[in-house]
Design a protein around this ligand. Sequence first.
Ligand code: P6P
Length: 340
Amino acid sequence: MEEQAPSTDLITLTRHVLNDQIRLGAAASGDLTLLLTAIQLTSKFIATNVRKARLINLVGLAGETNVQGEEQKKLDVLSNDIMVNALRASGKTAVLVSEELEEAIVIEDSHKGKYCVVFDPLDGSSNIDAGVNIGTIFGIYRIRSESKGTIEDVLRPGSEMVAAGYTMYGSSCNLVLSTGQGVNGYTLDAALGEFILTHPSITIPPRGKIYSFNEGNSMYFHPPVTAYLNSIKYPTAPKSPYSARYIGSMVADVHRTLLYGGIFGYPDDKKSKSGKLRLLYEAFPMAYLTEQAGGIATTGTKRILDINPKSIHERCPVFLGSRDDVQDLLKFYKEVPSDA
Ligand code: P6P
């Protein structure tokens, strides 16, 4: 087979975002481009530490617990510090919210910019020691006009985000991003230190053949969820059953869902009244990306991006993925009485 000539026109993330800025013309100050450059740097830095973690004994507990009451792994702590420092230093942020920090950070005036970043610095961290893909998830709001940047600027529906994305650390380092004009995926070329466009215009298939739920919680599921899962596990002929894929790392499960289609769910249930996933820095960014890729993201009763957060660490139920698969689930929410 003819060797593919090496591309001489590499589209880097910075160039791709700059094209966005040029498209927006004078309306764009370039601040979002510079903020995304800072986020790229944090992803490269975290990727380096994740990759060598098992070599320099960075895995294991940091001896502290985070606001979620979860034992913090050294990489969690390091990743959070990397992001806070780089985002503050960028001079483009006003408010930061991290899964690892109980309180939001309001940036001092000397470094204050016009964007707010909500992030989970190292999601899926319980998988670190097992070498399973983990990731950074982020969402970006622009502060409201007339605002100086306060906590109110992040207690807004996800539909008001101007960008969202994640970086997945695995066999390669993939950054998936949307600035409201569709979803693009970039792969880190470590030799160049650049994220290269490898997945232009990611579009989620209208229907998939994969469902991704933690069925260890089945005894707690509410009836609509149980009825939906049974409909795809024991379908009526001639339909064939869906395949089950569950990694337990949201970034990895959502990445596969965006590329292959199907449905990912972490429902509320009798044990977890609001589900487990965090609204601001897990559900909102992933819902934003899913909708930008042509899919649906819902709590089962409401569009996730329409939720008005009341606090920065609140949880919400999450179902997201292919349009037809999520609509099938919603039918059960309409038809099957819930015991919630
Ligand atoms: P469970 C990881 O801890 C996480 O926050 C998400 O990345 C993941 O989707 C979920 O929790 C897994 O939770 O209860 O299935 O282990």
